[in-house]
Design a protein around this ligand. Structure first.
Ligand SMILES: [Zn+2]
Length: 275
């Protein structure tokens, strides 16, 4: 379990959907409040991600005993208000409920203003354009913390587009290398075979540059496809839906940028040849 820290609260405020709970372990030095100085959010006025700061003084937030003793964080609610450091006009506010025990601090957002925008990944949106409705529903489910639904929608989208993804991967390979083991692996993935075989094959079906730190996004996609939701909780499915989205987004973005570079290189060298 993650220990409660400023960084953990920051990530929670920035990313957690409304009404989903997150449990942290109590830090060694217990906190007097959930107050943190700064978060990073998209500013509607500056039109970019900016730091937002809580300009209230900590003294006004920490609760004191009538006897003057400092009180540690207790179960109840917390209010956060952050102002964009650049334009100083945009305010982002959050309402958080906390349940505190000696060992844990469990928190949920029960209010957020302005409403969090759905973050559509332009490249994924384009790639899935025929399944735009599923993608939209997957995003809505993600932003509400409906993990089981989000995972199911993402899996459906991947099932419908896996061949297209394999085509995209194959198009990045050198066509003159007929015996390229990666090409053979990709062809193997198109065939009907049990999912357990596919996971093994997928782990060999990517060139090194598509495996950041040895992590194989295609292998991860296949193993996520093989997993049913069965007894998984919303929280567990949310993590799986997010990693499915991250793997797809990485592969599609990398392949698109390689294609762009290759095309502009060919155009340039082709132009030189012609002159
Ligand atoms: Zn701003």
């Amino acid at each position: 379990m993650e220990t409660l820290s400023d960084q953990g609260i920051k990530k929670f405020l920035e990313n957690s959907p409304l009404y989903s709970w997150k449990t942290f372990a109590q830090p060694e030095k217990m906190r007097t409040s959930l107050w943190i100085r700064e978060i990073d959010e998209f500013c509607e006025t500056c039109n970019q991600i900016r730091p937002f700061q809580d300009l209230r003084s900590l003294g006004g937030i920490t609760s004191h005993h009538p006897m003057g003793k400092i009180q540690f964080l207790q179960s109840g609610t917390s209010y956060f208000t952050f102002t964009c450091v650049s334009c100083k006009t945009e305010n982002h506010t959050f309402l958080v409920e906390q349940e505190v025990t000696e060992e844990t601090v469990k928190i949920q957002k029960y209010g957020q203003r302005p409403r969090k925008k759905l973050e559509r990944d332009g490249k994924l949106q384009k790639f899935f354009k025929e399944d735009a409705e599923y993608y939209e529903k997957a995003l809505i489910s993600l932003s509400n913390g409906y993990g089981i639904a989000a995972f199911a929608y993402f899996r459906r989208i991947v099932e419908l587009n896996i061949v297209k993804l394999l085509d995209l991967l194959a198009s990045d390979l050198d066509p003159s290398q007929a015996n390229d083991p990666i090409k053979i692996a990709i062809d193997e993935l198109r065939k009907e075979s049990p999912m357990s075989d596919k996971i093994k094959i997928a782990n060999n079906a990517l060139p090194e540059y598509l495996k950041p730190d040895g992590l194989n996004p295609l292998g991860t996609i296949y193993s996520l496809l093989s997993e049913g939701v069965h007894s998984l909780t919303d929280e567990e499915c949310l993590v799986k839906a997010e990693s499915l989205q991250a793997c797809l987004s990485f592969l599609i973005a990398e392949l698109a940028s390689r294609k762009r570079h290759k095309d502009s290189f060919k155009k340039m060298v082709g132009g030189l040849k012609g002159s």
